[in-house]
Design a protein around this ligand. Sequence first.
Ligand code: GSF
Length: 202
Amino acid sequence: MKLIGSFASPYVRKVRVVMAEKKLDYEHVPEDVWSAQSAIGLSNPLGKVPCLIMEDGGAMFDSRVIVEYLDTLTPVGKLIPSQGRERASIKCWEALADGILDAAVLVRLEKTRRAPEHQSQDWIDRQMAKVHGGLKAMSTGFAETPFCAGNQFTLADVAVGCSLGWLALRFPEITWRVDYPNLGKLFDKLSERQSFKDTAPH
Ligand code: GSF
């Protein structure tokens, strides 16, 4: 398998952490989707990473679809419960963690890719409200259990860890560690895993 993606993308990192946790082999193909020369459109019509190229040459996107597929490839390190409420709960954690990223990425694009006179403060505020609301929900939803959804490490932890890691890199001014110490504690614990160490964004 080949994984097309940049090293800084939190969605790509989610897939890389899952690959590592499940001990799957793959080749990482670095791709800068913002470069005029990017060929990502040949594999993903949406022009986004991550994109997984499977053994038969078929392409798969987006990160949520890819990680769900990877979890079926081997029973090693099962990350998503197979059915019912438990499964939905893990997917909901992932939607929350990814949703925070989606909003924060929009803010970053607004601030870095638009001339100051074309930037909309209303739009930025709207997206930042989602980031802050999402962080609060993550902190509230995370009871005093070892991991997000209880005693077991799951995809919820992968998604939350990647989301917080990217916020720390791109939005150091968001004080989630101070505001939500339980998220800080969880993040520190996740950061000790080899899968997180090997994929830290840069
Ligand atoms: C989001 C992927 C994405 O926005 C997923 O795979 O989970 N829901 C999708 N990727 C960004 C890179 S990044 O912000 O990490 C991307 O490829 N953007 C290019 C573009 O044209 O929007």
